[in-house]
Design a protein around this ligand. Structure first.
Ligand code: YYY
Ligand code: MG
Length: 140
């Protein structure tokens, strides 16, 4: 395995529910290192770029509307195998299938509002970190 970076984002439902602190705590306790973080509003343009792979899906319009509906908490985390481990800690995309103890399994019940985003591969992590932070947006 290798030291990787991944892009994670607490979605507007998670910010409203005030679970940012718990989510940061989970990744700190696991031993990952926070390299960048910001509370921000996402423009429609950024949302459409971020979710470009889903542009043809029937839920795309609602997804863009939801992710731009309020502030998100965007983060970059670094550590051993962090891309796959963060996905495990998040739980299944559909909270109906997310195990208790995972972030979605603890906080969500519907796929449309599932609390957190996390990169699903090395390529998407690099792309998403670039979109939201760029090189200069991260600590050394
Ligand atoms: O990466 P992840 O967030 O776990 O799932 P994706 O398949 O990439 O879908 C992105 C996002 O789209 C998902 O978190 C919720 C939403 N979505 C939806 O609203 N309805 C679906 N049937 C599938 C996904
Ligand atoms: Mg995805």
């Amino acid at each position: 395995m290798a030291i990787q970076q991944t892009f994670l984002m607490v979605k507007p439902d998670g910010v409203k529910r005030q679970v940012v602190g718990d989510i940061v705590d989970r990744f700190e306790r696991r031993g990952f290192e926070l390299k960048g973080a910001k509370l921000m509003n996402i423009t429609k343009e950024l949302a459409e770029k971020h979710y470009a792979e889903h542009a043809e899906r029937p839920f795309f319009g609602e997804l863009v509307e939801f992710i731009t509906s309020g502030p998100v908490f965007a983060m970059v985390w670094e550590g051993e195998n962090v891309i796959a481990l963060a996905r495990l800690m998040m739980g299944a995309t559909n909270p109906a299938e997310s195990a208790p103890g995972t972030i979605r399994g603890d906080y969500a019940t519907t796929v449309a509002e599932n609390i957190i985003h996390g990169s699903d591969s090395l390529a998407s992590a690099e792309r998403e970190i670039g979109l939201f932070f760029g090189e200069e947006g991260l600590v050394k």
